[in-house]
Design a protein around this ligand. Sequence first.
Ligand SMILES: NC(=O)c1ccc[n+]([C@@H]2O[C@H](COP(=O)([O-])OP(=O)(O)OC[C@H]3O[C@@H](n4cnc5c(N)ncnc54)[C@H](O)[C@@H]3O)[C@@H](O)[C@H]2O)c1
Length: 355
Amino acid sequence: MSRPYRFAVIGTGFFAQNHLHAWAQIPDVELVAVCDTDPERLAAAARDFSGRPYADAAELFANEELDFVDIATTPPTHPQMVFLAAEHGVPAICQKPLAWDLADARAMVEAMEAKGLPFMVHENFRFQYPMRRVKEVLDAGTIGRPFFGRFSFRSFHDCYTPQPWLLDSERMIIVDVVVHLFDLARFFIGEPESLYAEALKVNPRIIGEDVATVMMRMPGATAIADASYETFSNHSTYPQAFVTIEGTRGVITLGPDYHLQVVSHPVDVGDSAARMTGAVVFDEDLQIPEHAWASRPWHGIQDSVVALQRHWVECLRTGRTPETSGADTLRTMELTLGAYESLATGQPYRVGSSA
Ligand SMILES: NC(=O)c1ccc[n+]([C@@H]2O[C@H](COP(=O)([O-])OP(=O)(O)OC[C@H]3O[C@@H](n4cnc5c(N)ncnc54)[C@H](O)[C@@H]3O)[C@@H](O)[C@H]2O)c1
């Protein structure tokens, strides 16, 4: 490559700080502009990361020659930003959730596809280092064929002070966190055919749901995604996601503090005597890669932002389709929005039933 990829970050709020710091350590990219409607946030980002400041995204696209944009605004603005990117022929990464409804999400993907533009959703949980280790163990066949998964995110962390928009969001923990757990379920086990959701509002200060449990059915497997922002603990594990995957030859558990345990049996289901005697147990305390700008407890998530951005640059360079492309993420979006449909109807949601 003769020159670095020139890009802009749109939305310079709470989570975008991770994007900006991570980009600063990625080779072959150059931040040329930042955009935010909030003057203080915009000025701070322009000062700290050296991009030209824009208060209006349309002006940014009109004035800058960009190789891509990184969209980290709040969810209701995602369609507007992606349509602008498509109109100006600019590849884009967009934060999750892609949109509030499937029609918008599909239109966004179609707009980018119509111009042949690379398009990725910032679905960073699968890029967390511990999740990549789980995937390695699974793909090596160590636990056989997976038939059950549990993907869990429960804490009593105050997410509302840094992200006050979550207080007023009619849709909350399912679009905020369970969306990531759906992506993990797909990444590790496969495509759900149906799901059934239950949710609660425990905290009276908020409008949407802050506790949710979803059961999924895949071909030959079931899985549970559960999340809560109201779960007390004397040892905060926020923002860690826990994973259990049971297979025909063993179990993988990613537990608190990034502890990975793999129990593997020498034979498949069926020969109980051999299974009782031959189990191999492997324990590992996973070490998250360190970054000078990262801070606990966010370091695992912050490292995943670096990994995701490296993946995007590698995809731009090679022409590969990103793992969590817009088209791929439509499946995650359908599960997310299907969960709300299941809540509304009290019935299971069948994947593919949305017009
Ligand atoms: N992947 C993750 O782990 C993770 C974690 C937290 C947040 N997020 C996502 O990041 C996104 C941002 O969330 P946040 O909590 O950082 O929100 P935030 O409110 O702190 O930041 C959003 C920023 O976008 C700006 N903005 C809004 N409308 C705009 C517009 N039209 N033009 C330009 N700027 C505009 C706001 O002024 C604000 O500074 C959301 O989609 C959220 O779901 C992802």
